[in-house]
Design a protein around this ligand. Structure first.
Ligand code: AMP
Length: 416
């Protein structure tokens, strides 16, 4: 299948040609004709599947065939984070090069004035985070009455981040008659409830199994004690000569600590989290993209929306509390169908989080031990058993795999 069979304008086909896009991805094949036809869409699509082009291309096409050239906000894209907002905005710019479309991005945590200036220069597509959009609307700096299409990108994440009230307030300011496109990597009851209130007879599109992880990503899990995790990360990157590795932690503090540890081990690393200024975050990302640093250590929120072509390795330094974040995290690799490897480091205390990931993905994972980084079973037993102190004999038997945990003796993979 080629893009020309989807009914796209020749000008867009020419842009896609210069970008080297030859075949539409499954979400693009399914969504582009529906969006062009003006339908509401509810799509289950993970990051990295090409979902941005799936809505951007047909919306740019509508701009191309519009009879008036008057600038007005016709498309509003809401995203949960500023990184994703920038990403989507850049995609609109990339896909509409030379076609006279103005895309503007607006997000909090950065000065509002340049955003207002950009809006005043004329805006066809506004990509924004909910908070900043409301601020602009309440101050009367934007007119949302001309919006024809609303896109909610990563709707699940917006709900996770508590944006529901902001979204409801924004919806009240939009025309009743409009097209709404709803994209979500994962689905739960809250996501369905929101979709029901804002979509009209939507076309349902699901290109991958719901809540499934991207197919080409190899997932590997190592059981390792917390205090050995930084060492194992450095070992993996160094010994396997990985050049571009995205590492997730749960907290901002862990981001800074791990980035420092890696630097000490001779692995250049940038740190990205919500307490860093937008400039510092952009710099870190740029250094990582251009290969000036080998590792980018980030929290979930900061990493949302990062699009780094051909990213091969993702490490979960800690498993996320929210299993859906696991899917988003590992979706950073295996982009547009390429192979990727996602390594997760799991401490004894995090095993229940692995259970959550298994439940969500419907997959069963084997916990491996890395030679030289095996967990300290004695310490685990002591922590687990505060009432009855186990005998040394029992502990040794457990460590040697004689009490149910297989293969511990050889340090090879053992099943959970
Ligand atoms: P997305 O899921 O929108 O974040 O896109 C993931 C990556 O795939 C981006 O780097 C896009 O530039 C790229 N991409 C999207 N569609 C295609 C396509 N049809 N062919 C090749 N690359 C694509």
């Amino acid at each position: 299948m080629s893009f020309s069979t989807l009914g796209l304008h020749t000008d867009l086909l020419a842009v896609l040609d210069t970008l080297g896009y030859q075949t539409p991805t499954p979400i693009q094949q399914a969504a582009i004709p529906e969006v062009l036809a003006g339908h509401d869409v509810m799509a289950g699509a993970q990051t990295g599947t090409g979902k941005t082009a799936a809505f951007a291309l047909p919306l740019i096409q509508r701009h191309l065939v519009r009879e008036t050239s008057e600038k007005a906000i016709r498309v509003l894209v809401l995203t949960p984070t500023r990184e994703l907002a920038q990403q989507v905005h850049q995609s609109f710019v990339k896909y509409s090069q030379g076609l006279g479309l103005n895309s503007v991005v607006a997000y909090g945590g950065a000065s509002i004035n340049p955003q207002i200036d950009a809006l005043n220069e004329g805006c066809d597509v506004l990509v924004a985070t909910p908070g900043r959009l409301l601020e602009l609307a309440i101050k009367g700096l934007i007119d949302l009455s001309t919006v024809e299409t609303l896109v909610l990108d990563e709707a699940d994440r917006m709900l996770d981040m508590g944006f529901i009230v902001d979204i409801e307030r924004i919806l009240k300011r939009l025309p009743e008659t409009r097209q709404t496109l709803f994209f979500s990597a994962t689905f739960n009851d809250d996501v369905f409830a929101l979709s029901k209130t804002i979509l009209k007879q939507p076309k349902l599109i699901e290109v991958a199994e719901r809540n499934a992880t991207a197919a080409k990503i190899e997932q590997r899990f190592y059981e390792v004690d917390n205090k050995r995790k930084a060492g194992l990360v450095a070992y993996l990157i160094g010994s396997k000569n990985w050049q571009q590795v995205l590492i997730f932690t749960r907290t901002k503090q862990a981001v800074d600590e791990l980035a420092n540890e890696l630097e000490k081990d001779g692995i250049s690393a940038a740190a990205v989290h919500g307490d860093k200024s937008q400039g510092a975050r952009d710099r870190g990302l740029e250094e990582f993209k251009t290969g000036q640093v080998r590792a980018l250590v980030a929290t979930d929120v900061a990493a949302r929306g990062l699009d780094i072509a051909q990213l091969q390795y993702v490490i979960n330094y800690e498993l996320p509390y929210n299993a859906e974040d696991y899917i988003h995290r590992i979706g950073r690799t295996g982009r547009a169908g390429q192979a990727g490897l996602a390594v997760s480091l799991v401490s004894n205390k995090e095993k229940y989080l692995l259970g959550d990931v298994e439940k969500l993905t419907g997959e069963h994972f084997i916990l491996h031990w890395m030679e030289g980084f095996e967990p300290d079973l004695m310490a685990q037993e002591e922590a687990n058993n505060t009432k009855r102190k186990p005998s040394k004999k029992n502990l040794r038997a457990k460590a040697l795999g004689q009490s149910g945990s297989n293969k511990a003796k050889t340090g090879k993979p053992r099943s959970r």
